[in-house]
Design a protein around this ligand. Structure first.
Ligand code: CA
Length: 319
């Protein structure tokens, strides 16, 4: 009752999307979109996507921006929840997958303007206004004098791994080599190579020498770049493994492809040889002995200082 089922509609070659922005599934007026799929001339309910915020009215407007990748040709749709995010509004981007539409991105009105209200109250049809091969669309806001045009850009997926040339770091290890191997997938269009900037992060126990040569990647060809890590003298003060994280970024420009907004980081842990057994967990057994240096008895008030020798010894594993 009162769900406003059908107040927004989207028809594509294979799907019918029906918005019900005031549908109460788990919370008051979070809103839902019911997706029907054409199956042998019969429309069957295939998927239901509901809003994530109480009162957000997800499904107020829906638009499609057609294919989003030249190779597998899934379609992308935008669904708005103009009262989500404290009434600023959010436009959600979904992409068709074999098992259903999956969320790819959230664009909050707050990222457009700090005082916008009802971002996504309306969504236009899509059109490739900058002729980059990908459709763009406009977003209206409830209380705003501005219309926002969201332009689609090509997205590259990076698949990367990080591996070390040594399994453990021992006290005789001076430096280690770490390889970062990366492939990119996706359609670039205007160029057949990309030059990502690769950074490697760790903690203060190592000095990282960055490679001199930049990395040039060709589509679907796995390439590696090596980093040399010099172990600092105090590195063994901590028995914790050395944690490494590598990231790759692309230079920003209006017509360039961008990296996937949520790329999985490439991480690696290299343990130190601690002498603490196979479990690498150090269990010390500390013993403490103390004795006065030059006194066997003390008369209160006879002296200002009292030298004391304290000996701490470890009978167990490394402390
Ligand atoms: Ca475009």
């Amino acid at each position: 009752m009162g769900a406003y089922y059908g107040s927004s509609l989207l028809v594509t070659q294979q799907y019918l999307l029906v918005g019900a922005p005031m549908y109460n599934m788990k919370a008051y007026e979070e809103g839902c979109v019911f997706i029907y799929r054409n199956d042998r001339d019969d429309l069957l309910l295939w998927q239901t996507i509901c809003g994530q915020q109480k009162g957000g009215r997800f499904g107020t407007a829906i638009t499609s921006f057609g294919r989003i990748d030249n190779y597998v040709k899934p379609i992308g749709v935008a669904i708005s929840a103009p009262y989500a995010d404290d009434n600023a509004g959010i436009v959600y981007i979904y992409v068709e997958h074999r098992s259903g539409f999956k969320e790819l991105q959230q664009i909050s009105g707050k990222t457009i303007s700090s005082d916008v209200i009802g971002f996504g109250i309306s969504l236009s049809n899509s059109l490739d206004i900058d002729q980059n091969g990908y459709n763009d669309f406009a977003v209206g806001s409830l209380a705003s004098t501005e219309l926002v045009v969201l332009r689609s850009r090509k997205v590259l997926d990076f698949q990367a791994t990080l591996h070390s040339h040594v399994d453990k770091i021992s006290t005789t290890t001076k430096d280690i080599t770490v390889s970062y191997c990366i492939t990119y997938l996706g359609h670039f269009g205007d160029r057949d190579y990309v030059e990502p900037t690769v950074t490697l992060e760790s903690d203060a126990r190592v000095f990282i020498e960055m490679p001199i040569r930049p990395l040039t990647l060709v589509l679907r060809v796995n390439q590696c770049i090596n980093f040399t890590l010099t172990i600092k003298p105090h590195a063994f003060d901590s028995p914790l493994p050395l944690k490494l994280k590598a990231t790759s970024t692309l230079q920003e420009c209006p017509q360039c492809s961008i990296a996937h907004p949520k790329p999985p980081p490439s991480t690696l842990e290299i343990p130190f040889v601690t002498g603490c057994g196979d479990d690498n967990i150090c269990v010390p057994d500390l013993q403490l002995q103390a004795q006065f240096d030059d006194a066997t008895e003390l008369i209160i008030g006879t002296r200002d200082d009292l030298p004391l020798t304290v000996v701490v010894s470890n009978l167990g594993e490394t402390a």
